[in-house]
Design a protein around this ligand. Structure first.
Ligand code: AMP
Ligand code: MG
Length: 527
């Protein structure tokens, strides 16, 4: 029996109240955390890609993954013993406004698998068909966006950024109609389902919905459940001296800390989420819900990949840390009825900028090869950001090359490949020389041995990130039936900090053809 290692212990459905209404029809769901709903079967499931690391986490062998049953289960055509599928009820603030009930409109959790180490991993399908939360949409996902989620989840993990994981990408053999450019000309796209894996997919919005509805008992129940299941270290801290209110405050502080850390990581690697609505904020501080995300090529704090956000640019690269804080404020407002005091919530919120700054400094020092952050580094880093922006330099290439700089003889020629525009290059040439001299002096003064500095920098500055155009090339090939490009790209991204001889093309800056091509520069939410 394939996949016999998957043992389920479904605490979410066991311990939290369910929607009593059966069926998939769209509705408002009151007094419940979820609705029981099965995936809708698809015509021809076919495994397109999988992550060996996530399979191992779950105790699955290659033979399990390659069995026909695997594609059926992870397309939603078949349930394994112990699976109890459901869609979660949540709300959210979208683009700054309360949006009411949202919920898993196309995601369906299959169950909580316990691995041999006793770890709990929630298995969830994305694109598995309609649920009571599908609103006006079809519950499906297209191959292009599913491939992007699959690839980027795993790339993020290997980059050391907290994230939900992806086990599988399964083609459905069905087409999904999408209006990709919102121009009234919908076209059919191949459909797919991503098998997502995380300790929990609970979002800020799961708590917000109960506060908005005045369902305060349910709010408290969900908070205490989350602490006990997903924050065992906090539950343990309070085991001997139970104080439910203090425990909830302590937990919210931890959410603030983790979110601050996550934002520092996103800024470190040049990731732009694109849709930081509160329903897309993980309570565990993980990157969650990969939609129209993007990666910074030429350094530009104002860039957003999301066409839906092109006017306000609320979720632009440089704004992400502030938005996360705003989102935590919304969560604090939602938690208030379960805590009853403003002051401890405000204190927790005040942790956010402190932790974020400390983490950013630690990470930036590592990127620059410094032993530790020093007074004065702030102006050096501000100057660098201005320079990278004005010079339209590639962020990833610049930092990676900086490790090769000889501080005794700094040479701007090292960065030739980081430039996208000759005019911009000429315009910043003098400033770049001046900055490199200043940086080199700082390095010499600190006196970290060259080999150690280089090693440290290469462990902090990836050579390979899932650049928008690389993902698009893998999509174009996969849509034409060729999965080798995705396979190679995924393999490259498993070791993003290692130079991989023969694979230099995956580290190249965005080619000119990709500058304004859909999928390579801008993406819509239509997925
Ligand atoms: P997102 O902005 O992608 O996180 O989605 C916001 C909400 O819309 C969530 O409740 C999703 O489940 C829902 N949603 C997005 N796309 C679809 C779809 N194709 N079918 C059903 N629900 C969807
Ligand atoms: Mg979402």
């Amino acid at each position: 029996m394939p996949m016999h290692n998957l043992v389920f212990d479904n605490r979410f459905v066991r311990e939290l109240p369910a929607d009593p209404v059966p069926g998939r029809h769209v509705r408002q769901v009151a007094g419940a955390c979820y609705s029981r709903v099965e995936p809708t079967p698809v015509r021809a499931p076919r495994l397109l890609a999988w992550s060996p690391e996530v399979a191992t986490l779950l105790g699955l062998a290659e033979a399990d993954v390659r069995s026909p049953a695997f594609a059926e289960v992870f397309a939603g055509n078949r349930l394994l013993p112990g699976m109890e599928p459901y869609a979660a009820c949540y709300g959210g603030h979208q683009f700054g406004n309360w949006a009411g009930q949202l919920g898993d409109g196309r995601a369906i959790t299959l169950g909580e698998a316990l691995n041999a180490r006793g770890e709990r991993w929630e298995l969830q399908l994305k694109g598995a068909g309609p649920t009571p939360y599908s609103r006006r949409a079809d519950g499906r996902a297209v191959l292009r966006s599913s491939l992007r989620e699959f690839l980027c989840s795993e790339a993020m993990h290997h980059l050391g950024v907290p994230t939900t994981r992806a086990l599988s990408l399964v083609g459905t053999g069905e087409e999904v109609v999408r209006d990709m450019f919102y121009d009234g000309r919908p076209r059919p796209d191949p459909g797919a389902v991503v098998g997502r894996v995380a300790p929990s997919f609970i979002r800020f919005g799961n708590f917000e919905i109960f506060a908005a509805r005045g369902e305060e008992a349910l709010l408290a129940t969900l908070i205490d459940f989350t602490i006990e299941r997903d924050f065992p270290e906090i539950a343990a801290e309070f085991a001997t001296a139970p104080d439910p209110l203090a425990r909830r405050v302590r937990w919210f502080e931890e959410v603030c800390r983790r979110t601050a850390l996550l934002m520092a990581h996103w800024m470190r690697v040049g990731f732009v989420h694109g849709v930081m609505n509160t329903d897309n904020m993980s309570i565990l501080g993980l990157t969650i819900d990969y939609g129209p995300y993007g990666w910074i090529d030429n350094f530009d704090p104002d860039w957003t990949p999301n066409t839906t956000d092109a006017d306000g640019r609320r979720y632009r690269f440089g704004h992400q840390p502030r938005i996360a804080h705003w989102n935590l404020w919304q969560l604090a407002n939602a938690l208030y009825p379960a805590i009853g005091q403003v002051e401890p919530l405000e204190r927790a919120l005040a942790l956010y900028p402190t932790v974020h700054e400390a983490e950013s400094r630690r990470m930036t020092a590592a990127k620059l090869g410094f032993d530790a952050w020093r007074d004065g580094d702030e102006s050096l880093v501000d100057a660098l950001h201005r320079l990278l922006h004005a010079g339209e330099m590639d962020m990833t290439i610049f930092f990676r090359r900086l490790a090769d700089l000889d501080p005794e003889a700094p040479d701007a020629g090292l960065f030739a490949e980081a430039f996208y525009d000759e005019g911009a290059r000429t315009a910043v040439a003098e400033d770049l020389d001046a900055w490199l001299r200043r940086y080199a002096a700082r390095v010499v003064e600190e006196g970290v041995p060259a080999a150690l500095r280089r090693r440290r920098m290469n462990a902090a500055n990836p050579m390979f990130v899932p650049r928008n155009y690389l993902a698009q090339q893998a999509i174009d090939a996969a849509e034409g039936g060729d999965l080798s490009e995705l396979e190679t790209l995924l393999d490259v991204l498993r070791r993003p900090y290692d130079a991989q001889p023969g694979r230099e093309r995956f580290a190249a800056r965005r080619p000119d053809w990709a500058r304004h091509k859909a999928g390579c520069s801008m993406l819509s939410c239509s997925s």
